[in-house]
Design a binder for this molecule. Structure first.
Ligand code: 13P
Ligand code: SF4
Length: 440
């Protein structure tokens, strides 16, 4: 198994093994410049064919000295800045970050675990979130007032989160309200948003009796929601919603898809009346790349191989796999597996490649034979990390993510409803804003 990072593999690979030749370009070619004020695309990688909304955050070009800096100098300067900030700084790295970033992370994890960890470390006033925009927003919601949350590249959004904006969800909600009413003993509809959504949508749920879920607790959260309402409106990931609905035994005709571009989401009034689960039409383009043919090929090549996929994959992929779960679940399952075991994995390639490098006693590979990282995670490059860290040392807070107070309070209500569910892991050292308020 190769020990090369994905960035090194991209440089070495023939064109046919990459989903885009632009992966070999430096990420700052996509930064906004005076002559090109915003990038029209998410950048090369899995989301490159998704439509980028006008509201997506823009990253202006980082200073030339960082663009020209050799890798070793960037590494030296990150190390010096990190050492000088000491315990004032926490660098968080999502599992999908490139190796050149993960090496600096104080903590690795999924988005929610990282936000909780940051909130529990009150001595840190600088939280650098090497992940994507909604993760930095969640960290800001959970963090104490003195903690500043920084996203090294503002263009690191999430194409799935961007598939549901507040105005569209509000329009959907009003139509459902007209057709289904508000409900009596139980609400007609309970809104549930996946962690991968804007703070505004978490606030939307907080204000309407709804809740947030993650890929590791979606089943428990939907059970909670169905105790309070007749139906659930689930956004923005259709696939996580459907895979969870299947686990809860909801029949196919009890699940409808709401396409925000069509009247009534593309449904009849009768179908909406029968539906138990209304699934927003949104998807992750990383996980949409996995298919049943890849699983069949892996089983032909390696009889007895274990197939493990993320629940953002389509239903037929999850059904053809042996196991499904969040990035943390995938990591723990493979890490604790027997030496010599074989794993075909359906999740982002930086994480799979790192698992393979860290477990040379097991065969671990990505189901997708083409190198195609998450476009936005890949925008975080050591040049941006060095830039924001050196600025912080100099007393300048660049690329700060601040959720407005009103949104923060309502989003926190929806997050607390999730945190207060029985069995939900609590941050043991959390104090102040990191601790959930369970009376809501
Ligand atoms: P988790 O790390 O929460 O499983 O989510 C995967 C993902 O797609 C993050 O963007
Ligand atoms: Fe969004 Fe998918 Fe990338 Fe995660 S992997 S940040 S869900 S586009």
């Amino acid at each position: 198994m190769t020990k090369l990072s994905i960035a090194e593999q991209i440089t070495a690979a023939p064109r046919r093994e990459l989903c885009s030749s632009e992966l070999t370009w430096d990420p700052w070619v996509h930064d906004a410049r005076p002559e090109a004020p915003r990038s029209p695309r998410y950048g090369p990688g899995a989301s490159q064919w998704d439509a980028i909304p006008a509201s997506a955050p823009v990253q202006t070009e980082i200073p030339e000295c960082y663009r020209r800096m050799p890798e070793e100098e960037l590494a030296d300067r990150i190390a010096v800045a990190k050492a000088s900030l000491g315990s004032r700084l926490i660098i968080l790295g999502h599992h999908y970050q490139r190796d050149e970033i993960i090496r600096w992370a104080d903590f690795r994890g999924d988005s929610f675990k990282l936000s909780q960890l940051a909130a529990a470390r009150k001595e840190a006033d600088c939280i650098v979130f090497c992940g994507v925009h909604f993760m930095a927003e969640s960290a800001n919601i959970l963090a104490a007032d003195h903690q500043r949350v920084i996203l090294p590249n503002l263009a690191a959004g999430c194409s799935m989160a961007d598939m549901a904006d507040e105005a569209q969800v509000l329009a959907c909600w009003r139509q459902l309200d007209e057709i289904l009413g508000r409900g009596e003993d139980r609400a007609a509809v309970v809104p549930v948003t996946y962690m991968n959504s804007s703070a505004a949508l978490k606030a939307f749920c907080g204000e309407r009796g709804g809740v947030v879920c993650t890929s590791s607790n979606a089943t428990r959260v939907l059970e909670w929601a169905f105790m309070r309402g007749e139906r659930v409106l689930f956004f923005p990931d259709e696939h996580l919603g459907r895979n969870t609905g299947v686990k809860l035994g909801i029949a196919d005709d009890g699940m409808v898809v709401w396409d925000p571009r069509r009247p009534l989401g593309g449904n009849s009034i009768d179908a909406l009346g029968r539906a138990r689960l209304i699934l927003w039409r949104g998807w992750c383009s990383v996980h949409a790349r996995f298919n049943v043919a890849q699983i069949a090929q892996a089983r032909r090549n390696y009889p007895g191989i274990h197939v493990i996929v993320h629940p953002e994959c389509r239903r037929e992929v999850v059904e053809a796999a042996d196991l499904e779960g969040s990035t943390e679940f995938i990591l723990e399952t493979i890490s604790s597996a027997q030496p010599g075991s074989q794993w075909a994995v359906g999740t982002e390639i930086n994480m799979v490649n790192r698992l393979a490098a860290e477990h040379p006693d097991k065969l671990i590979f990505c189901l997708d034979p083409v190198i195609c990282p998450c476009s936005t995670m890949y925008r975080i490059h050591p040049a941006y990390l060095a830039w924001v860290l050196e600025a912080f040392v100099e007393g300048h807070v660049l690329n700060e993510i601040v959720v407005p107070d009103r949104v923060k309070a309502a989003a926190r209500v929806a997050l607390d409803r999730m945190l207060c569910l029985p069995g939900q892991a609590q941050p043991s050292t959390a104090r102040g804003r990191g601790r959930p308020r369970c009376a809501t």
